[in-house]
Design a protein around this ligand. Structure first.
Ligand SMILES: C[S@@+](CC[C@H](N)C(=O)[O-])C[C@H]1O[C@@H](n2cnc3c(N)ncnc32)[C@H](O)[C@@H]1O
Length: 216
């Protein structure tokens, strides 16, 4: 993966200027912190994941890290509705494993079918689901659930917990935590239809040193 010629300052400026224009679509004036990226990606089994989907990559803060960690033969499909971010991602990230779609997360099933890809093991979502009308929240969450492979997981981060009831209604298991070191503090929801507790008990228990991480 190559990150071409853009400084961190350019990313910050692009993100902040788009926040001023579309505050409800972004939810934060700066991209996610490395603490949030690490906590959201902690449950991912990189060996298993052949296809990963990301909603709302923005300037690619999660995208670059996912590309670093994922298998050499895996594919990452990102959905972004903001054309400035799509242009930025296309010019800054060159990796043959990455597909950048200028489209809404609501199109996940249609796009994966068009690309001829198998079902994803993980969908990682940073879009502001909680600020959307309930009908659209329900549509995106249920399409995501149906798009996942058996045993797949929907990993969601948000700045409010408004989406929690919809996730609980549509997934059999939802585990919540908080990342307080992010600005603003973020709520995380790890959603699955198969019970992951056995796996969590053996190798996914949060480290004692993660003092700012609170499992609710
Ligand atoms: C909170 S920002 C997250 C940006 C980045 N992932 C980060 O963590 O810094 C939310 C992003 O979701 C995008 N977005 C909002 N609604 C969307 C939708 N329905 N489908 C795809 N992207 C969407 C916004 O344009 C924005 O880039």
């Amino acid at each position: 993966m190559r990150r071409n010629g853009h400084s961190g300052a350019a990313e910050m400026l692009l993100f902040a200027s788009n926040f001023i224009r579309h505050p409800h679509m972004l939810g934060s004036i700066i991209p996610s912190s490395r603490y949030l990226v690490n906590q959201v990606l902690a449950p991912v089994d990189w060996e298993r994941a052949a296809v990963i989907v990301e909603y709302g990559p923005g300037v690619g803060t999660f995208t670059a890290e996912i590309l670093k960690r994922m298998r050499a033969d895996a594919r990452l499909v990102v959905f972004e509705t903001n054309r400035n971010f799509v242009k930025f991602l296309r010019s800054s990230l060159s990796d043959p494993r990455l597909h950048i779609e200028h489209d809404s997360a609501a199109e996940v099933q249609a796009v994966l079918e068009r690309l001829g890809l198998p079902r994803p093991s993980y969908i990682i979502s940073g879009i502001p689901l909680g600020s959307m009308p309930v009908a659209l929240q329900t549509e995106i969450v249920s399409k995501s659930r149906d798009a996942l492979e058996p045993g797949g997981e929907f990993l969601v981060y948000q700045f409010t917990s408004r989406i929690f009831p919809v996730l609980q209604r549509l997934f059999a298991h939802v585990r919540r935590s908080v990342e307080r070191r992010n600005l603003p503090p973020a709520q995380l929801f790890m959603c699955a239809n198969e019970d992951w507790r056995a796996r969590l008990d053996s190798n996914q228990r949060p480290a004692a040193s993660e003092a700012a991480t609170l499992s609710i």
